[in-house]
Design a protein around this ligand. Structure first.
Ligand code: CP
Ligand code: NVA
Length: 305
């Protein structure tokens, strides 16, 4: 039976742990110069409706390093759901490639692809979630602290796609999760209800007070205030979120050894200041690098195990 990777919540802890373990093994092999061509002869279609640096690069370079071939398909190339229906694209691709990676606006486009495709489908970000980001980030946290259990992550800013995936990933690995957001931008009631079912007993809290959220944090995380597709709301969002910047003042309210994370791209002067992103506490480029290794681990586990 094919396995997809659409949401962290679809996977139990052992499955997620397996992806992390294969990723760590592949990272060690890569750094030691030992090739792994597990995807030899396999092709991966990558549908991108939105821009990307890290996600496209990590999948494309990752597939190449594993001996396979990745094909980048933009919205202009295939017009997913416009030039032809998602269900037709899914079945055509299933006849030609061994895996589909998709970054779309609507989350339903990715779940529909997964429904109709007979090959694994990987969510490379939708308006709703960004599971590859969240799992690569846990890989980074594990490397830095040597464990995940009991570490507190504080997410400052918008209750967005990245926040949703991180909340569930933290829930799966017994990591307390705090979200500080302006009223109206927290994770909504429908998410909270689903989260309570997906991660029973998880330590999760939301507040409007950023200083309160970071008080016991091991990891302070932020993301853009204006996600892809929200450009028309930019001016209003910059005003709404102005008190939720990760800056030197906020770090004073946190433990001195907390690390700062950002999925990138970062908008310096908005959600994070230049001095903080360039500081010793920042691990943002290690995070970005681990996107490569997590993606490779995920691909190898889904396609070869
Ligand atoms: N963090 C992340 O997904 O970056 P890209 O949008 O550049 O892929
Ligand atoms: N929340 C951001 C993440 C970018 C990687 C967005 O969706 O644009």
């Amino acid at each position: 039976m094919k396995r997809d990777f659409i949401s962290v919540a679809d996977c139990d802890r052992p499955a997620l742990q397996r992806y992390l373990t294969v990723a760590e093994e592949l990272k060690l092999a890569y750094l030691a110069g030992r090739p792994d061509h597990s995807l030899s002869g396999q092709s991966v279609a990558m549908i991108f409706e939105k821009p990307s640096l890290r996600t496209r690069l990590s999948f494309e370079a990752g597939v190449t390093q594993l001996g396979g071939h990745a094909i980048y398909l933009t919205k202009a190339d295939i017009g997913l759901g416009q030039r032809e229906p998602v269900k037709d694209v899914a079945r055509v691709l299933s006849g030609m490639v061994q895996c589909i990676v998709a970054r779309t606006f609507s989350h339903e486009a990715v779940t529909d692809l997964a429904h109709w495709a007979s090959v694994p489908v990987i969510n490379a970000l939708t308006d709703y979630s960004h599971p590859c980001q969240a799992m690569a980030d846990l890989m980074t946290v594990q490397e830095i602290f040597g464990r995940l259990d009991g570490l507190t992550m504080a997410f400052i800013g918008d209750g967005n796609n990245v926040a949703r995936s991180l909340a569930v990933a933290c829930g799966r690995f017994s990591m307390p999760f705090r979200l500080a957001a302006p009223p109206g931008h927290e994770l909504d009631a429908a998410f909270i209800e689903r989260f309570a079912r997906d991660c029973p007993g998880a330590d999760f809290a939301q507040t409007a007070d950023a200083a309160e959220a970071v008080r016991d944090a091991h990891v302070i995380y932020t993301d853009t205030w204006v996600s892809m597709g929200q450009e028309a709301e930019k001016a209003q969002r910059l005003a709404t979120f102005k008190d939720y910047q990760v800056n030197a003042g906020l770090l004073k309210a946190a433990p001195a050894d907390a690390v700062v994370m950002h999925c990138l791209p970062a908008y310096r002067g908005n959600e994070i200041t230049d001095d903080v992103i360039e500081s010793k506490q920042s691990v943002v480029f290690r995070q970005a690098e681990n996107r490569l290794h997590f993606q490779k681990g995920l691909l190898k586990a889904l396609l070869c195990e």
